[in-house]
Design a protein around this ligand. Structure first.
Ligand code: BG6
Length: 489
């Protein structure tokens, strides 16, 4: 495994802890080694020391000396500039040596934990150095972190660029949401059970709400966030994964392309809004100061690296239409924001009312409809709301909830969310990685919104208080359809 940008946060926070979990689960082969490459003055020794100093902070399992030494003696470092061919020659020599020392047969994967502007260049240099070719039956794969492009044109251009060097099957575009157990569980829930699929359509479902709320602000990432905004940062990638898994047709098998074909089809069915439609299907917001928990927090415009008159959105809300037989007239409402009242990511499937109101005496507010919630985080589970008779001599109905919680059933499994993705890349299973057409389908929907938002800068920012559920415009988006957002406690 070669990590480009090994001195960055991702390596110490996620990749090394994930490798440790894989090693603990005996899912790494003996013939395995890691080479880190970055443009920071380190040696293999100092890099090993740096990782040792950090591991206890980020490991999600207890770190035994034996396990840690197993990893550490397989770690190497080279200093190099991603734009300098010499760095790649050096890498080639180092790979040859390390492969000999650790008896590695010649399979390699390159993890691009680098700034997006280097993605194309690193792949080009890998190609030029002959490191991307698959010779003698050995594979070479490239893992690319997000963001993959910043709009449709740049995503297309990047796909064209890297495909000059790599075959699609060598490219593993990561979306860390797909590393989450509960996201993977959507597939099992829908297609491993016989009882949900028959009602998973426009006859029974009124609408779908997908929420990704964060209580944190932009933290130290103001510089990056100013160039991204909530829509780019979360929607075409993470939220669209949730949309496609919820909306897709059953795949004909669990082969990577069978699953991804269906996901891509669902994404292609999402209607691309016209500029006029953008005005009514998309809303944005930016947080002002406010109270999050016990803490008084600053407005976005007061965060480090953020312009005092910034028009970057920290909240985005959308109403999507999926035009196919299954979902016609069933809106998918999406919302994501920073400094929201609660950290909660979930998919709520709101069912239609029973066709005939038999219990007319029940107060209307108690006649809630059936709702299925797939909770992704921090709570991981599934809950179903249905009506039940309130005990007593009179026939009254109330809403009750049946809940399945992952931790109660399975306990806690140490996980960073990257184990499965790294493991799948090594075993050549690309199911949980984004294919070029999926990425481009996502950007096709989002780019018109970005264009309209750019042309019409917001005048009302900041328009929601930190610690609230976002701007009033988000409530209006559903209110126009006679609906409201689910209240997440
Ligand atoms: C990242 C975004 O991709 O996902 C962040 O860049 C966001 O802004 C994060 O906070 C959310 O991921 P998670 O796993 O915490 O929901």
């Amino acid at each position: 495994m070669v990590i480009f940008g090994a001195s960055g946060d991702l390596t110490k926070r996620k990749l090394i802890p994930a490798l440790l979990n894989l090693a603990a689960a005996k899912l790494l082969p003996e013939q395995f080694a890691i080479i880190g490459l970055a443009n920071i003055d380190q040696t293999t020794d100092t890099f090993r020391r740096y990782l040792t100093d950090e591991i206890n902070r980020y490991a999600s399992c207890p770190v035994t000396p034996e396990m840690w030494n197993w990893i550490l003696k397989r770690v190497y470092y080279i200093r190099g500039d991603f734009q300098d061919p010499k760095a790649f020659e050096q890498l080639k020599t180092q790979i040859a040596e390390v492969e000999k020392t650790h008896n590695v047969a010649g399979n390699r994967f390159y993890y691009l934990a680098v700034a997006p502007r280097f993605f194309g260049e690193v792949v080009r240099q890998l190609g030029a150095a002959g490191l991307a070719s698959e010779t003698n039956g050995h594979w070479a794969r490239v893992v690319i972190e997000k963001p993959f492009g910043r709009d449709l044109d740049s995503a297309r251009a990047l796909n064209i660029q890297i495909k000059q060097i790599l075959e699609e099957r060598q490219i593993y575009r990561i979306d860390h949401y797909l590393g989450k157990e509960t996201v993977q569980n959507i597939i099992i829930f829908r297609f491993g059970n016989g009882i949900f699929e028959p009602i998973w359509n426009r006859r029974y479902i009124d609408h779908v709400q997908i929420t990704a709320g964060e209580t944190v602000g932009v933290e130290k990432r103001g510089g990056y966030y100013e160039t991204a905004g909530a829509l780019r940062d979360m929607v075409p990638n993470h939220l669209f994964q949730l949309v496609s898994l919820t909306a897709m047709e059953p795949p004909i098998s669990f082969q990577a392309d069978a699953v991804r074909d269906e996901q891509a089809k669902a994404l292609h069915a999402v209607q691309i809004p016209s500029p006029e439609e953008v005005l009514t299907m998309a809303v944005r917001g930016q947080y002002g100061d406010g109270q999050v928990g016990d803490e008084h927090v600053a407005a976005y415009r007061g965060e480090p690296g953020v312009a005092p008159d910034s028009t970057t959105e920290t909240f985005a809300g959308l109403k999507l239409r999926i035009d196919n037989w299954r979902w016609a007239d069933v809106p998918f409402y999406l919302r994501t924001g920073k400094r929201i009242a609660s950290r909660a990511t979930e998919i709520a499937i709101q069912f239609k009312r029973a066709p005939f109101q038999l219990f007319r005496d029940t107060p209307v507010e108690d006649l809630e409809t059936n709702r299925l919630v797939l909770s992704i985080q921090p709570e991981e589970g599934v809950s179903l709301r249905f009506g039940a008779k309130i005990p007593g001599p009179i026939m009254h109905m109330g809403a009750v909830e049946m809940k399945f919680n992952y931790v109660d059933y399975f306990g806690r499994t140490p996980s960073t969310g990257y184990e499965r993705l790294i493991y799948d890349c090594m075993t050549g299973d690309a199911t949980l990685f984004q294919r070029a057409d999926m990425v481009e389908a996502g950007w096709s929907v989002i780019t018109p919104i970005l264009d309209v938002w750019k042309a019409l800068p917001p005048r009302s920012f900041p328009n929601y208080r930190s610690g609230s559920w976002g701007p009033k415009e988000a409530d209006d988006l559903l209110a126009r359809d006679g609906r409201s957002w689910r209240r997440i406690e």
